[in-house]
Ligand binder design. Structure first.
Ligand SMILES: NC(=O)c1ccc[n+]([C@@H]2O[C@H](COP(=O)([O-])OP(=O)(O)OC[C@H]3O[C@@H](n4cnc5c(N)ncnc54)[C@H](O)[C@@H]3O)[C@@H](O)[C@H]2O)c1
Length: 265
């Protein structure tokens, strides 16, 4: 018996990193997974991992910023797997760079992928789950809790996800929909987005060994009191908890998974 037997979960950005780990972990607990991404190759790898573990998964190419595609995602999920009761709004990008050099196009791109998508996904999920209930889990970041030099647009996007999540939680709860909405705030997790953000504009406070140091292990170790970056599966475990009834009274909260990075100096 799994914690999520009989449930259907939609996971965006499931072709890599935290999204893939979440899809695998939710499937291990018995959920049928509707996995989406813009990366066909990554999605196929996630598909193979879950199938080889006797899990159930369907995939669809989805750009999370495309409004019309969200209706297709819900319709395809219901047709192929059944009514969804879990949505993990995970897809995201990190566009770094100093503010004076930052283009409006890059700002809008950052907001579209990290914020518009969370609004569109949450709206679609509420419409689909309003009579049956569910759990919506939005990926924010420690960058949604505090600022970071060189990552202003990313921090702004993740801060928006944090407060949008709380507003959605209160709105759904007051309407008696039985839908919980929470945000997850990872610290430094060793995935491609983290490695890319090092190159594009690493927060000064996280720098170890000078501006040329780009070893993720070393930077992760320097930034976390636990002396190492987190593993995607360690964030996935939090996502499973929030998806399950074990968190039935956890709502509108920001769950931090950062190895004590934001706990103190
Ligand atoms: N890795 C970290 O250190 C870290 C820390 C805090 C928060 N996060 C957040 O966790 C989430 C997952 O990050 P990750 O580290 O696994 O990154 P990742 O780069 O490994 O995976 C992100 C996935 O999102 C997909 N994606 C990007 N743009 C998309 C779009 N427009 N439509 C659909 N899919 C798209 C990518 O193809 C990729 O598969 C992101 O929201 C990220 O901001 C990551």
């Amino acid at each position: 018996m799994g914690l999520l037997d009989g449930r259907v979960a939609i996971v965006t950005g499931a072709g890599s990193g935290i999204g893939r780990a979440a899809a695998v972990a939710l499937a291990k607990e018995g959920a049928a997974i509707f996995a989406t991404d813009i990366d066909q190759t990554g999605l196929k790898q996630t598909y193979d991992m879950i199938i080889s573990d006797d899990g159930r998964i369907e995939t669809m190419l989805q750009d999370v910023t495309d409004e019309a595609l969200w209706d297709t995602v819900i319709a395809q999920t219901e047709a192929k797997l059944g009514k969804p009761s879990i949505l993990v709004n995970n897809a995201g990008i990190a566009v770094g760079g100093p503010i004076p050099d930052f283009s409006l196009d890059d700002w809008k791109k950052q907001m579209a992928v990290n914020v518009d998508s969370v609004f569109l996904g949450t709206r679609a999920a509420i419409r689909a789950m309003k009579d049956t209930g569910g759990s919506i889990i939005n990926l924010s970041s420690v960058a949604g809790l505090r600022g970071a030099a060189g990552l202003s647009a990313y921090c702004a996007s993740k801060g928006a996800v944090r407060l949008f999540t709380k507003s959605a939680a209160v709105e759904c709860a007051r309407a008696g929909m039985g839908i919980r909405v929470n945000s997850v705030h990872p610290g430094i997790i060793d995935t491609p987005i983290w490695q890319k953000s090092i190159v594009e504009g690493m927060p000064v406070e996280m720098m170890a060994g000078g501006a040329n140091a780009v070893d993720p292990e070393m930077l992760g170790a320097a930034a976390s009191p636990m002396g190492r970056p987190g593993h995607p599966s360690e964030v996935a475990d939090m996502i499973v908890y929030l998806a399950s009834d074990k968190s039935s009274y956890v709502n509108g909260q920001e769950l931090v998974v950062d190895g004590a990075m934001t706990a103190g100096g």
